[in-house]
Design a protein around this ligand. Structure first.
Ligand SMILES: [Zn+2]
Ligand SMILES: [Zn+2]
Length: 383
């Protein structure tokens, strides 16, 4: 017999109550007096600031330690993040680290195996109260400890900023409806979509060992967190939309803060590793589909795909190693203050020649892989 569910009354009432309030008040207010520019502006600013504090602070900084931040940035993210009303950064990170460690299993606090709505929000309404685990590193930070003790009060102060603006502009109700009620609901559900939709809808270009998906449609409303397949593959990377054209406002903001010297030590997976993972997945999918082809052609085609992919893999690794070795050498020379010496110019020329050789190897391997892939696909077209 299934175990009876026990509900956390406060969480349940808060999550459903704020949604009901917004659903009732927003249409009424829009019909009665439309949307004023200050209401829209306050709503957008609060949503963006608090959502980014969850994405860049709670998630990438505290849960994953994907970069280092100075105390003013940590303080700001902790204060703004509290207004998301998603618990303290310490508790959020503890649950989230368990999610990554045990994704899709019974221990996953918001496992998609229990369905869309469970992963979305009913998990938070259940009175499970998981103990803090694996966050000893965060507990050393006095700011994190302070926020853990006072997150509700801090959140209440930050979340009611729109009321002060409403008070000053003589429009308290309008700012309450959009800046407080609707904003809280928006923040909740954009975070929740990552645990539900981004584990159900989208592509899996880097790994299929878990349910996490890349979903470009989710990215703009989740401050770049929609690329969840990449994130589960390399959770310690400070980017979620790692490719330059992928929408990730959190990554862009962190880059700006990095230029200002407020954050740093960004962790990034090398581009070669991303390409290799993509190729491995592509080969795996082609192999799986090739099983449908006639037995006589499966084996040679699979062997050809495998060898082309391995050759490309090796070329990518050797090019990456060349780049790494060169950056080390550069650092060494710089430390010695020899950057302008004649020997340096010679070493650079030598490196450029060897790089050209490696690039040519990569190009040839790439062409071989593309030919094998094309042949496998055309073969599949007749299956
Ligand atoms: Zn996930
Ligand atoms: Zn994560």
């Amino acid at each position: 017999m299934a175990e009876a569910r026990h509900w956390n009354l406060l969480n349940t009432l808060f999550l459903t109550g704020t949604l009901a309030l917004a659903l009732a008040l927003v249409p009424w207010r829009l019909a009665a007096s439309g949307l004023r520019w200050s209401e829209a502006l306050v709503f957008l600013a609060m949503t963006f600031a608090i959502g980014t504090a969850i994405s860049g602070g709670y998630h990438r900084l505290f849960s994953h330690r994907a970069y280092k931040a100075t105390w003013p940035v940590r303080f700001l993210f902790l204060c703004l993040g509290a207004a998301a009303f998603e618990n303290s950064a310490l508790k959020w990170s503890s649950d989230h680290r368990v999610h990554h460690q045990h994704v899709d299993t019974e221990q996953d606090p918001y496992s998609i195996r229990h369905g869309f709505w469970y992963a979305h929000w009913t998990w938070a309404m259940e009175a499970k109260d998981l103990p803090l685990a694996g966050v000893a590193d965060l507990e050393k930070d006095p700011l994190v400890r302070w926020q853990h003790q006072n997150h509700f009060l801090i959140g209440a102060v930050v979340a009611t900023i729109p009321l002060w603006i409403g008070f000053a502009t003589g429009n308290l109700l309008g700012h309450f409806v959009f800046g407080v009620a609707l904003r809280i609901v928006m923040t909740h559900h954009t975070t929740f979509f990552i645990n539900s939709a981004a584990h159900m809808f989208g592509s899996r270009p880097y790994t299929d060992v878990n349910t996490a998906r890349d979903n470009w449609l989710l990215a703009p409303i989740t401050y770049g967190e929609g690329y969840h397949n990449f994130h589960h593959r390399w959770q310690w990377d400070y980017r979620n939309g790692a490719l330059w054209y992928q929408w990730d406002t959190t990554k862009w903001l962190l880059n700006v803060l990095g230029w200002m010297g407020l954050v740093g030590q960004f962790r990034r997976v090398p581009a070669e590793a991303m390409i290799r993972a993509r190729l491995l997945m592509e080969e795996k999918r082609l192999r799986e589909r090739l099983v449908l082809a006639s037995p006589g052609v499966i084996t040679p085609m699979q062997a050809r795909l495998g060898s082309a992919r391995l050759k490309l893999d090796a070329a990518l690794v050797s090019l990456h190693e060349r780049h790494e070795a060169w950056s080390h050498k550069q650092a060494e020379w710089r430390a010695k203050g020899l950057a302008k010496a004649e020997a340096w110019r010679e070493a650079k020329a030598e490196w450029q020649v060897s790089l050209a050789v490696h690039r040519a190897e990569l190009k040839a391997a790439w062409a071989e892989w593309k030919a094998a892939r094309l042949e496998a696909r055309s073969m599949l077209a007749y299956v």
